[in-house]
Design a protein around this ligand. Structure first.
Ligand code: GLN
Length: 577
């Protein structure tokens, strides 16, 4: 960069210096080629075939070999983050400890790799373009016309290499969002091709996850669509090293041979991956098919990170412990919300429940309860309330279905049915209590009713000045001070401080705290400095399990480490009649 007060001539001299070459390499300071290696995962044929789960499983397999692996998602869309996305269309918004709002794939990386990720593990095209435009305005391109190639691709390589440096990663595993052939991810693919060219082929392993169709009318596997998809990838100049063939049923050897022949990928590097019953079996299934070994071989690192003697045993135990035992009790629980048509909307909640199956030894079945139908007093829906052992009321925004939520919470409180309220569910537990116990019939949150005389849930003070919707809620990990002797305190193993993740704009209105407490609500988790209420419960004498939290405990739940709020809920459901 020229000095700020350089004369125009000096600036042009510097441009002349740089414009002598067509190469455009912005290596971060101290970056050394080959110190970090890369695994690039792309998808072909179609989306929704589990590319994210395969990436997460590979991450786990590499981590189990004591490799410092950093997963990263390069998301194609132009949103700067996932915060403004509608969860019904795109699946849940996952929140990282540092407050970044991401795609739900980051949730599965965190759960499988069992580590906290941060902002730089999730990069959208929107963020890339924002940075390119910022640099252009700041004059950082020194008079060059700014182009997709080399400038946008340089920015993509930049974020990848910076993550490698920042985390001192052995391997950065990059999942490219979308499918090969999309316009949106073309530059990400080009950037990955350039990365392999610049860092050296032995430092980048390309894995393509493709799909082998099996039309019912034919009753056999067909590889043509996959061949086309892979060919499309090769047209971008990327030669895959490994191909994972997703399919409904096991593919025969001749399909692998066809894929091998048409893609230049050795037969031993074509890995079949048919549907499996339990997602926790996926890492083991992939190890049994050598996936991590093949990847390390292409990176010439299989000797550097050999499998230790306990590797497979540990993985086998992990797989078994995640599953409930054959004779485990079956319990049905309800989730009462407005997006009940799409399970991706509540994916972390479903995972958090699943995490209780092994440690809590229960087979858990989910009954979706549509709160709009509860509002309409639909008989079928109302019956579900009786049929389930306990009910979770999840987070949400806006007024749709909230009357039904209040009905459901009232039912749980009065019928002594285990209840777990999450975020909006916490706020509605307060509203229900204010209406039916404190006697304030119009009690509400100002998110729904600005004119209510009893705003028991109101905007957080710092939210009152904020305009616009992107990335400005109270977001990410915060300390929760837990009240000694409370149910929450027992659940959290008698810890006084725990860290949980938040995503909200509204809170329990501090003016009503005392009144709630005088009438039986126990605020067992609070912010340590400000009067922000974060956990509420009813005493054990009053109710077997009535607990609601202002945060999202599902974001910190991990396989074999279920979040205590969920495990407490499932244990209470097991005891319920
Ligand atoms: N809409 C509520 C708020 O903004 C709850 C948010 C949520 O459930 N994540 O506070």
């Amino acid at each position: 960069m020229p000095e700020k007060d350089a004369t125009l001539n000096e600036v042009f001299e510097e441009i002349a210096d740089k414009s002598g070459t067509e190469f455009f390499l912005e290596l971060p300071k101290n970056y050394k080629k080959g110190q970090t290696k890369y695994v690039v995962i792309t998808g072909s044929v179609m989306s929704g075939i589990g590319k994210g789960m395969i990436s997460s499983s590979l991450c786990k397999l590499l981590k189990d070999r004591e490799i410092n692996v950093e997963p990263m998602k390069l998301e194609a869309y132009l949103n700067v983050d996932s915060g403004t996305l509608n969860p019904f269309r795109h699946g849940e918004v996952f929140v990282l400890d540092d407050g970044t709002e991401t795609d739900m794939d980051l949730g599965s990386y965190e759960r499988f790799a069992d580590k906290n990720l941060s902002k730089n593990n999730f990069v959208t095209s929107g963020r890339i373009y924002q940075e390119v435009i910022r640099k252009e305005r700041a004059g950082e391109y020194l008079g060059r016309d700014v182009q997709f190639i080399p400038h946008v691709t340089a920015e993509i390589k930049n974020v990848v290499r910076k993550l490698a440096l920042e985390k001192k990663a052995d391997i950065v595993l990059i999942e490219i969002g979308g499918t090969v052939g999309d316009y949106e991810n073309l530059f990400a693919l080009e950037a990955m091709r350039e990365l392999a060219y610049e860092d050296g082929k032995q430092n980048v392993c390309f894995v393509n996850v493709t799909y082998i169709i099996e039309p019912k009318t034919l009753g056999e596997h067909k590889s043509k669509a996959a061949q086309f998809g892979i060919r499309q990838l090769m047209q971008t100049g990327i030669q895959p090293d490994v191909i994972i063939c997703r399919s409904e049923t096991k593919i025969p050897e001749r399909i692998k041979e066809k894929i091998s022949m048409s893609s230049n990928v050795h037969l031993s590097n074509i890995v079949g991956c048919e549907n499996i019953g339990n997602i926790y079996e996926l890492p083991l299934a992939m190890r049994e098919r050598n996936l991590d070994e093949i990847v390390l071989e292409t990176l010439e690192w299989n000797k550097k990170f050999p499998m230790t003697g306990t590797g497979n045993k540990k993985l086998y135990e992990w797989t078994e412990k995640n599953k409930p035992k054959e004779n485990a009790e079956k319990i049905k629980i309800g989730i009462a919300g407005k997006y009940t048509g799409s399970s991706d909307t509540y994916i972390s909640i479903l995972k958090a429940v699943e995490h209780c199956e092994g440690p809590g030894n229960a087979k858990i079945e989910i009954e979706w309860i549509d709160t709009e139908k509860i509002e309409a007093r639909d008989k079928n829906e109302l019956q579900k309330l009786d049929q389930v052992k306990g009910i979770i009321v999840p987070g949400g925004f806006g007024s749709r279905g909230t009357k039904g939520k209040i009905e459901v919470i009232k039912y749980c409180r009065e019928q002594k049915k285990p209840f777990l309220g999450l975020c909006f569910g916490f706020q509605h537990a307060l509203i229900e209590f204010a209406r039916n116990v404190l006697g304030y019939a119009d009690a509400n949150t100002t998110e729904i009713d600005l004119k209510t005389k009893h705003p028991v849930v109101d905007l957080l003070p710092e939210q009152k000045q904020i305009e616009g919707l992107g990335g400005n809620m109270r977001l990410g990990g915060q300390d929760v001070e837990v009240k000694e002797g409370s149910i929450a305190w027992e659940l959290y193993g008698k810890q006084k401080h725990v860290r949980e993740r938040f995503r909200h704009r509204y809170e329990c209105n501090p003016e009503y705290i005392q009144e709630f407490e005088q009438n039986g609500i126990i605020f067992s988790g609070k912010h340590s400095k400000y009067p922000i209420m974060q956990i509420l419960e009813l005493s054990k004498k009053e109710h077997p399990y009535f607990l609601a939290v202002q945060y999202h405990p599902e974001f910190t739940s991990r396989p074999l480490k279920p979040n205590p709020c969920y495990l407490g809920f499932i244990n209470a459901c097991k005891k319920a009649q």
